[in-house]
Unconditional design. Structure first.
Length: 298
């Protein structure tokens, strides 16, 4: 399945012997599937089938499915609401007599009065074939919705891959400074420990060992390696497509954790530390950009 955004819109009209069905589907972001149907009384019996159809097409997001139905007989003469039309004519006559206004009945205006064209009552049986017409309209609308969402999903995918390329580039630059930073930190620690322990009589070899242990705790090899692994996993997920929203959210948490650790470990390594921090902050910014965009994905 292609990568999909959770945002989309589609509207479809289907006409048959029974009348005209209009299906409108709109979706926006939501942490799970939040499905709402808006169906007129004549079509209520088909709501379970419409909901089941929608769940096959959409797995995540706030989704509104709206259906409307105009029966084929609604435009026929027999569908005219005669009592209401006669009331309209009487009201027109009364108004012209009382106020002395010259006016002629406007048929187009009268037919637009709510209820002037009678609709089927709730207890009328649905015409044969109406369910098929309704589901066909809903199917076409949901298909069109997914075309819209896949097109937007493809655009988001390219944005995410661009941000990921930048993260890998920054990780590669950090790798260049990693070993010199450890050596710098170790030398600085050795010097500082020597000053603090001056006169204590600690053996030079022991002093070097202690400095090496402390410097090792500031080594970012593991964090940098995991960040690069996560970056490759992100590319694999994007290339695979499907439902990725929740997976990407978790992966971004892990990548963010690695950059935070890199920042904390390299805060005291002088100029090299500043260069690493600048690169790590840029990687962190791109991780946040990916996380924000991933919220739009199914």
């Amino acid at each position: 399945m292609k990568l999909r955004s959770m945002t989309g819109y589609a509207r479809v009209r289907k006409t048959g012997e029974q009348g005209e069905v209009t299906a409108t589907v709109k979706s926006v972001n939501h942490r799970a599937l939040d499905l709402h149907t808006h169906i007129p009384a004549q079509l209520e019996q088909f709501e379970p089938a419409v909901r089941a159809l929608a769940k096959k097409h959409v797995s995540r997001g706030h989704v509104d499915v709206r259906l409307s139905f105009v029966p084929a007989h609604a435009t026929a003469a027999a569908a005219l609401n005669r009592p209401l039309f006669e009331a309209y004519l009487r009201a027109l006559d009364e108004a012209t007599g009382v106020f002395g206004i010259s006016a002629q009945p406007d048929l187009n205006a009268a037919l637009r009065i709510p209820g002037m064209l009678a609709q089927p009552t709730e207890d009328e049986d649905a015409p044969e074939g109406l369910e098929q017409l309704v589901l066909s309209a809903a199917q076409d609308a949901l298909d069109a919705l997914n075309v819209f969402r896949e097109r937007e999903g493809a655009e988001i995918r390219e944005l995410l891959k661009g941000h990921n390329v930048a993260i890998r580039r920054d990780a590669g630059e950090i790798e260049k400074y990693r070993e010199p930073a450890v050596e710098h930190f170790q030398a600085r620690l050795k010097e500082r420990l020597g000053e603090l322990l001056d006169g204590v009589g600690l053996e030079p070899q022991r002093l070097a060992q202690e400095a090496a242990v402390l410097a090792d705790r500031s080594d970012i090899t593991e964090e940098l390696g995991r960040l690069q692994v996560h970056s490759r996993e992100l590319d694999a997920l994007l290339d695979g497509g499907g439902e990725l929203g929740k997976k990407l959210d978790f992966l971004m948490q892990e990548m963010n954790r690695e950059t935070n650790t890199i920042l904390s470990k390299t805060s005291g390594v002088g100029e090299l530390g500043l260069k690493i921090s600048s690169l790590a902050l840029e990687a962190k910014a791109n991780i946040e950009r990916i996380r924000e965009q991933a919220l739009n994905l199914e």
